[in-house]
Design a binder for this molecule. Structure first.
Ligand code: ZN
Length: 146
């Protein structure tokens, strides 16, 4: 697929998740929760995690912010649900490297599936913070639940 077509596709993923964010609610009886703020853009969100043993049984978020921050949070909850802590840590690191532009190898990007839609932000330093906000909140919630 041509680059322009791919860009359009990813744009569509971002817009769709912004319009209809997945797992957009609080979790009653959550194991842990954390807030994330990005004052530069006005993004603000809360992440809820329900851990069962070593596994993320459920994850959700709520908040306000730009399309990138919301779409990233929505994609994050989908990607993390059902994974073990170790798998989540691995994914977190992979996404971090892609968002910051440290990882650009097409094969590595492909592994990320839908999350690849976020890779475009690496060219825009201001947007990197928007896209990584939910991921950092999720990580600190999980680390806090140790
Ligand atoms: Zn933002």
């Amino acid at each position: 697929m041509a680059d322009a077509a791919l860009d359009a596709l990813y744009q569509e993923v971002i817009l769709d998740h912004n319009r209809r964010p997945r797992n957009f609610h609080a979790i009653e009886g959550a194991t842990c929760t954390a807030e994330g703020k990005n004052p530069n853009c006005g993004d603000q969100l809360t992440v809820w995690l329900l851990l069962e043993g070593d596994k993320v049984a459920d994850i959700s978020f709520q908040g306000v912010g730009c399309a990138i921050s919301k779409a990233s949070a929505s994609l994050m909850t989908q990607a993390v649900k059902g994974k073990t802590r170790a798998e989540v840590s691995e994914l977190f690191e992979k996404v971090r490297r892609v968002l910051t532009g440290e990882e650009t190898a097409p094969a590595k990007l492909k592994e990320l599936g839908q999350l690849r839609a976020l890779s475009g932000v690496s060219k825009f330093p201001m947007r990197v913070k928007c896209a990584s906000l939910a991921w950092h909140a999720m990580k600190s919630a999980m680390d806090g639940a140790a």
